[in-house]
Design a protein around this ligand. Sequence first.
Ligand SMILES: [Zn+2]
Length: 403
Amino acid sequence: MKKRLIFVTIGVLVLIGSVHSQRCDTENETFRAIQSEHAYTKGLFELDSLAEAFETWTLESSARGDTIMFIPVVVHVIYRHDVQNISYDQIKSQIDVLNRDFNWAGGDHGKIPEVFRSLGQACRIQFRLADRDPHGNFTHGITRKQTDIEDIGSQAIYHRSSKGGTDPWSQPHYLNIWVCELEGNAIGFSILPSNNMSERDGVVMDPNAFGTTGTVRPPYNGGRTLVHEVGHYLGLRHPWGKGDGGGCSTTDHMSDTPKQEKENFGCETFPHFSCGGQTDGDMFMNFMDYANDSCMLLFTKQQVQFMRLVLRRNRAALFHSDGYTGLSKMNERSLRIYPNPANDRLQIEFLHHDQLVNVWSVEGKLMKVLRASASITEFDISNLESGMYFLESEDSHLKLMVQ
Ligand SMILES: [Zn+2]
């Protein structure tokens, strides 16, 4: 619980306010980037102009397009305690939630009030853990590093290897996500896109709010904090705009999200009115509000179209990235393994020619090197502990489960 306990004497209400007000630290982080990076600031003004124009804009056809967009993702795990070195399964659970929620495939649309439900839309964006690193090498799309720096995610050095963090992979070509300790009550933040990319471009997440298993803690255990932060990464603001201290004068420039006074926490009851002139009240179940994960439920049509527009304007290099090739799936055909899951024996078959097969743990440790021929070869794997492994050869890689 750290430093927040010192506020207890001030009063419970103040404590609750401080807990909630920091859930997403994007506005503060963007402000810090503005203070230190002049070029980024200039580009950010252009994002704001784009959003203002968007309110009345007839969208260009490319932004409306139906194409599925693929975004290569690299997850940098930086841990101070072993428990923070989160598992592959936890990372995978988070990627699965991103793909579900950005494609309007959640099973909980019935919880959205009817007047808002028809506004929900799929973004048609697919997130993939990278299978090629910036040097063209095979990768699982995950890096891991131990650090002794407390709350490194709040220290503005998480992106610097020389200071105990991890250098980003080419930011125009990968969505970089650092999973590391955050100070106080913040559980995630993102850097808003700018024509001049910030050196900290990407998303930072606390391991306690990342994915749906492992170290996550309720009520932020549904993987939706990252859905919210990637919304920022693609240019969305909070529904209450930049905030005006509790007034209703600022906006997110989306014509189908009602103006609202400020953030909503927990799970509000519909309708919840906060500003004059609202027909149906706040859209408190929007992914860009602060509700509990179980009550964050939709992006609207305008938000979807704006994110796709920003992707094409500010983040187009993601589409020219070699970070996700999908080739691993095609290449699976040249390498076969039996059985999978395996116990103490594993048979490997290559369809073409002799190859070496490296067996990697999910932590990236080389466990074995096997020499397989163009026929079925059997190997003793009894010294491998239960869990998932990656088999990598010259032109293929496969997942192996050991029981
Ligand atoms: Zn936010």
